[in-house]
Design a protein around this ligand. Structure first.
Ligand SMILES: *Cc1c(COP(=O)(O)O)cnc(C)c1O
Length: 386
């Protein structure tokens, strides 16, 4: 069995000459914000996802906040949020003064538990937030049925969902709006950045204003300098031209990135088949396509191995791993203290948080790397079994 040292980082930005040249071109010009690159990136993103509208923003988190802000969600309102997600999904609600109401995960997928969502609706609920956990689509038919029954807005956190589709419809267009992230370890990167997609034209129009202070005419739209007014409140949540130039270059590589992720994922999943101490999440249902963000394995409760021992050995052998996410969000101290949440309130999410190891399948890696990861994982489990 091969368990020599190899350098396999969990994530690595795929920045090539195209990206470098694109950035240099922006730096050599005079337009750093409000230019053609953000428009070109939005157009390319809309083309790939089939989105009627795509609005670039400074991050996924900013995009989610902007949507809630636009909806007028605030104190006294509730938004249903998955317990197993990045803290950003909850923070975006918290910024508005509304209360995030957490729902536990479905152990088969790690996605929000649909029955839990139905049970969490109250007269104060305004919206449902979902996250396509590790790129596997949420059962949006069931979520939208609940939303329609109660007149709720549905926001998809698509940070890990570039390439995620359900019955051919891209994530972000299954609910009312979706927010993507271009942080360095995501499917594509602009260093920092995000994109909101939506089917609702009027919503997109308002987001375009509210991401730029709420001015009625941004720089390129003014005939005379200084010719603008501010009819509404807005933020500075824009994406700049340097980031957008990176985005345009990255979009050309998305099909290749996704193809490599799929190939690596299948190779790794096959190579993990014999390891009894781990459980894998279910494969996506028919009609569901995962963006294959990573392959997360969950150490069985009775496996007799401590995660830190396994991860430590993998790390020593050059295998980078991650944990999505290290705690259920309601168990993060800010939320735990603010809402007085009990330690065992979200058993499924806490189990995933405590016992899962996310293995990389990104386009920076090869099928041979997958064999190396699986062999090292098996070896590490064997050596640390008590
Ligand atoms: C990374 C991530 C975010 C945050 O994205 P930013 O672009 O850094 O704001 C939000 N949600 C999920 C699920 C993420 O993985």
């Amino acid at each position: 069995m091969e368990s020599s040292v190899r350098n396999i980082p969990f994530g690595k930005p795929m920045i090539g000459d195209e990206e470098k040249n694109a950035v240099m071109e922006i730096l050599s010009g005079n337009v750093l914000v409000h230019g053609p690159m953000t428009k070109a990136f939005e157009a390319a993103f809309a083309a790939f996802t089939d989105a009627p509208r795509a609005v670039s923003v400074s991050s996924c988190t900013a995009g989610m906040h902007l949507v809630y802000f636009d909806l007028g969600i605030g104190p006294g309102d509730e938004v249903i949020v998955p317990a197993m997600t990045h803290v950003a999904t909850a923070h975006a609600v918290e910024y508005t003064g509304a209360k995030p109401v957490f729902v536990d995960a479905d152990p088969r997928s790690g996605n929000i538990d649909v029955d839990g969502v139905a049970a969490a609706v109250t007269p104060s609920t305004r919206a449902i937030a979902v996250v396509h956990y590790l790129g596997v689509p949420v059962d949006m038919k069931a979520i939208m049925a609940i939303a329609h029954r109660h007149g709720l807005f549905v926001l998809e956190d698509c940070a890990l969902a570039l390439g995620t589709r359900l019955d051919g419809v891209h994530a972000g267009l299954l609910g009312d709006a979706g927010s993507f992230s271009f942080y360095p370890v995501k499917h594509i990167t602009t260093a920092e950045g995000g994109m909101v997609v939506t089917r609702h034209d009027a919503l997109a129009d308002r987001l375009e204003r509210k991401r730029a202070f709420g001015v009625d005419r941004v720089v390129g739209e003014r005939v005379m300098p200084g010719e603008y007014d501010v009819p509404i409140l807005g933020f500075n949540y824009r994406m700049n031209e340097i980031e957008a130039a990176l985005g345009v270059a990255q979009m050309q590589r998305v099909p290749e990135f996704l193809r490599k992720r799929e190939e690596n994922y299948q190779a790794l999943r096959a190579a993990l088949a014999g390891i009894e101490e781990i459980a894998l999440f279910d494969e996506p249902a028919p009609g569901a396509e995962s963006s294959r963000y990573c392959l997360s394995v969950v150490l069985r409760e009775d496996a007799g191995v401590v995660r830190a021992d396994v991860v430590g050995q993998l790390r020593a052998n050059g295998v980078g791993t991650s944990v999505y996410y290290p705690k259920a969000v309601p168990q993060m101290r800010y939320y735990q203290e603010k809402y007085g949440i009990e330690a065992n309130a979200f058993p499924v999410a806490s189990g995933i948080a405590g016992r899962s190891i996310a293995l990389p399948v990104g386009p920076h890696l090869t099928v041979e790397d997958m064999g190396h990861i699986a062999a090292n994982l098996q070896q590490a489990i064997k050596e640390h079994k008590r």
